[in-house]
Each structure stands twice: as C-alpha cells, then as structure tokens.
Design a protein around this ligand. Sequence first.
Ligand code: ASP
Length: 414
Amino acid sequence: MKSKKLPLAFWIFIGLVVGVAAGLIFMVIPGGVDIAKSYVKPWGTIFLNLLKFIVVPIVLFSIASGVISMQDISKVGSVGGKTVIYYMCTTAFAVILALILSSAAKALHLFAPLATTGLEYTPPEGQSLMSTIVNIFPSNPITPLANATMLQVIVISLLIGFGILLAGEKGLVAAQVVDSFNEVSMKIMDLIIKLSPFGVACLICPVVAENGPEVLGKLAMVLLVAYVGYAVHAIVVYSTTVRALGGVSPLAFFKGMAPAMMMAFSSASSVGTLPFTLECSERLGARCEVASFVLPLGATINMDGTAIYQGVCAVFIASCYGIDLTIGQMATIVLTATLASIGTAGVPGAGMVMLAMVLQSVNIPVEGIALVAGIDRIFDMGRTTINITGDAACAVIISKLEDRKAARTSGALQ
Ligand code: ASP
C-alpha cells in the first residue's frame, strides 16, 4: 500500500495529544469521567469495531496470498521456521529481562507490599497446555472466522495457501480469487485507517479520565518497572537485531514504526493495529509476501511486551504476598510466560487473563491479579506497543535474510 509522506503519523500524534488533554480535563471537572465514558468512549469503540471487522479478512487473505506468492512449500517452511525462532528467543529474553528488573526493584524495596484485602477478581478457568494445542485446529471452516479465533484463522489460511500451491494449475483461479480479495481488504483497511486520528483521541481520552488518579498512587512503581522493561527491550533487542540482521538503522526503524506504535498504544490491540504494522513495515523495506505472512502470525503469537508484563507482575504479586521466588520458579515463569504469550489473543486485556496461568504455574495466589487489574489498561498500552514493534522487527529482518539468500542463490547460479 503506497501512501504519501506520512502526514498520517502527525495527525495520529495530534489525536493522541488531544485525547490525553481532553482526558485530563474530564478527570478534573465534576461528572467528567462519566461524560468521557458515555459520550467519548463509544466513538473509540466504533473505530475499534471497524478495525476488528477488517482484521479477519486481512489475516485470512494476506497469509494465504503470502504463502501463494512464495511459490513453494519449502520456502514457506524456511520463512516460518526463522520467524518462530526469532519470536520465541525474543520473548524468552523479554521475560528474563522482566524478572531481573523486578527482582532488582524488589531488592531496592520499591515493591512495597500492598494491602491484600478486598480482592474481588475472580480468575478465569485456566486451560491445560494440551487443550490449548487442540484448540488451534478448527473443526469447521466458518466458526473461527465468525468468532475471530485468530490461531484457527491462521491455520485455515495456511491450509488454503498450501492447497492452492499443491493444486498447481488447477489452483490458479483460487489463487487469483485470494489475491483479489486480499487487495479489496487492503483498500477497505485504507479507508478505516483514515479515521485513526479521531479514533485514537476517542480511545485514549476515557482511559486518562478514568485511570489518572489511581496511577498517581501506589501502583506507579510497578508500572514504572514494566515501562522500563518495555523500553530496555525495545532499545536492546529491536535496535540491535534490526541493525545487525536487518541492515536498518534503529532510528529509522522506530521513526518508520511511529504511526503503528501510536495506534497500538491507544488501541491496546495488536490485531487491531495489524493494518498499521503491515503498512509501516513494508515502508521500512519488509517484502510484501514476508510481511503478510510474518505479521498476522506475530500479532497472534508474538507478545514480548505481554511477557515482560507477566514477569514483572508475577514478582510484584509474589512480593505482595511475601513470597520469595526461587531460581527454579523463575525458570518456570520464563517457560510459562513464553508459552502464555503464544496463547494470548492480540486484543485488549488478554495478557491479564494469561497471567493467571503464569501465576498458577508457580503457586502464586491467582487472586493477586486484582492488585494490578484496575490499571491493566495502562500496562496493556505499553505491552501492545512492544508486541507489534517486535513483529515488525521480525518482518524487516526475515525480509533481509531472504534477500541475502536470494542473492547467494542467484550468485551461485551465474
Ligand atoms: N493487548 C495485547 C495485544 O493486543 C495483548 C495483551 O493483553 O497482553 O497485543
């Protein structure tokens, strides 16, 4: 998707600033919070609904057309393998970083135990690992599309792509249909993206109005540790990998990603931000067929920000209950948080649900989630921003690796 010199980034930024300013005003005027919730939030919801509406067609057609355009299944395997390795390694690193930072904060007594009374959070039923795996595979082709069950949609899309490749000439018509629908979905997405400055303002305003006073309270420290973790991860991991493996300067990378990052920050949804992530990473040099395969997959399974949040909150909640985590428990957290982030849907609040699984794995009381639940949205804005930045870094890097591989092959042929 070609577009002009990104005036959109500027307008999204303006939307963000206006939304925050309006939120602060609503916070101080009497009854302002209710006005923000009743009359501003619905417009943000309409914008999010439109994004959600287009996301399933985009994932379905873009992954399938990405597979088709790679033209042979072994190439899909090679790109897929590298993608999953990058995603898993960076996520494991993210949890380790979170555990180090939060243990340091605990040692410095920055995580003062909170009053653990009045916990009202009812944890959702946890899912076993095996049933999570079973649920990835759909038993019919329609329900996953209707319910936007993203892992199942990805499986459907991969199977359609593989089927078309294997059908050879007889699959040509299907390939054209997929391609054409892919193009149409992208155009619809373009229209929706035009509304983003307004959408971003309406999304952020009620969040600021509702959460302002609480953030100033005791939880500020755990938020701060999580945000330091997000920033360090972005600077250390994404800067170095896009520079070393992707050949892109970190400054250019973050500048190019700014619109998508602002969108992620205000929507707290990786899946909803997908159209922006696709556009920004292609502008940064990601190949179309790689981006359309790697990014929808990443929006669903790659959640470095969520992993950081889970690591920080696990240590924080444990210290609220006076529990000292052992090295073994920390290793378990690294493993479960990495797996939990794969199972986390790219929608607002999903990471908090999966936090229950991480806490359970090391016997930290799951009710402790109530301590951080009230300000989850603020954690979520940061973690989603990191989640999508990691996806885009991967798309840029894999594209570069594929370019080098193609250059080597053509060099060898000459
Ligand atoms: N909101 C996050 C995302 O969409 C998931 C989470 O809740 O951690 O990436």
